[in-house]
Design a binder for this molecule. Structure first.
Ligand code: HEM
Length: 204
């Protein structure tokens, strides 16, 4: 009789201690981790980026943040077609290190390019004996806007890439157009100076 009384008592103590410690019996190592707000997934979430620059009244927006010796950019433009960002052009588009991409049928495409003339052409770096230095990218088309996030090293040491500073000014050009194409051109373009350690921008 005494034994019958002890077993339920031990069970109750065990259950109580589980409640107090918040242990629901599952192995916490195997629970789903919280969503990664900083993922390169084509979605810009609040506070994901430290810096932001708007051009053309918000029709083209650039976000960026640094991660060690790399940089993660997001470019967002009001189009279902091509969107592009260029770094440090000389005159017009000439000698700009460019990334050009689009989203088609839910799949993102992004090319590491270099403009060899004032109005192009801008072959892919790999076709100029350079390298594709985009280390990760993803894109989403939603509500008439295309977003592409991508990462690259600040200094790639590729002849067809420009170094990106952590502070000071980065001269940029941007463009977007209605077609999913590397060659069909843009309907909207502009440029400006990003202040890399702030969100101030001088541009159009
Ligand atoms: C997709 C193929 C492209 C073609 C065929 C093309 C063609 C042209 C042409 C003909 C012009 C001179 C006339 C104008 O201002 O519209 C121009 C200017 C310009 N393009 Fe492109 N472009 C292309 C891609 C790009 C890309 C990828 C960017 C940015 C990353 C860009 C940025 C610009 C800018 C900023 C200007 C104005 C330059 C200035 O007047 O200082 N273009 N483009």
């Amino acid at each position: 009789m005494k034994r019958c009384f002890i077993i339920p008592f031990v069970l109750i103590i065990c259950l109580l201690s589980a409640c107090i410690s918040g242990d629901d019996g599952s192995d916490s190592e195997t629970t789903t981790p919280p969503p990664n707000m900083e993922a390169i997934d084509g979605v810009v979430t609040q506070e994901e980026y430290d810096h932001k620059a708007e051009f053309s009244n918000g029709n083209f927006v650039v976000y960026w943040r640094f991660q060690d010796e790399s940089i993660i950019f997001a470019m967002v433009a009001k189009t279902d077609g091509m969107i592009a960002l260029g770094f440090e052009p000389e005159t017009g588009m000439k000698d700009a290190d460019m990334v050009i991409g689009w989203v088609k049928d839910g799949v993102a495409y992004l090319f590491d390019c270099y403009s060899i003339g004032e109005t192009g052409p801008h072959p892919e770096d790999i076709n100029l004996q350079g390298n594709d230095d985009i280390t990760a990218y993803a894109g989403v088309e939603y509500g008439g806007f295309t977003t592409i996030e991508f990462s690259r090293k600040l200094i790639t040491e590729d002849t067809f890439d420009k170094d990106i500073p952590k502070t000071g000014i980065l001269n940029v050009i941007w463009a977007y157009g209605p077609e999913d194409s590397l060659t069909l051109g843009h309907t909207n373009n502009g440029g400006g100076m990003l202040k890399m350690d702030s969100s101030d921008v001088v541009g159009y």
